[in-house]
Design a protein. Structure first.
Length: 131
């Protein structure tokens, strides 16, 4: 939380140092890598974001959040093919993840797979209505 405060106050170097410290103090904590990955993503430092999401997935291969965020980053890098694979893996873990369906729709759009994109949007809406 301190890292977020530092980031909001414009002290990105301090924020990153706090995130690094969290990872160093508990290198088996998936959340620390997710937080640091998210911070790198806000800085548009995609390589750092992907490395942290990958480590979070190593620690917890069932982390839907890590898979979705990794896929989101791949979409930023115009790697829709990788994003589709990651999102389908996330949905295999939790078929009730509306964010995964919404992002999958975007990935399919980038691949010009309009029918699949529409189906993913419908499923995202259906899942949101259930929960």
């Amino acid at each position: 939380k301190l890292a977020l405060i530092e980031a909001v106050q414009g002290r990105s170097n301090r924020a990153l140092a706090l995130l690094d410290q969290a990872v160093e103090s508990n290198p088996e904590n998936e959340s620390s890598y997710l937080n640091r990955g998210n911070y790198y993503a806000t800085l548009r430092q995609w390589k750092g974001a992907l490395a942290n999401y990958a480590r979070a997935l190593e620690l917890n291969p069932l982390s839907v959040f890590a898979a979705v965020e990794s896929a989101r980053t791949h979409l930023e890098l115009d790697r829709a093919d990788i994003a589709v694979v990651e999102l389908n893996a996330a949905l295999d873990i939790d078929p009730r993840a509306p964010d995964a369906y919404e992002l999958l729709s975007s990935a399919y759009e980038k691949q010009a797979r309009k029918t699949d994109a529409a189906a993913a949007r419908v499923e995202a809406k259906r899942v949101r209505e259930i929960h």
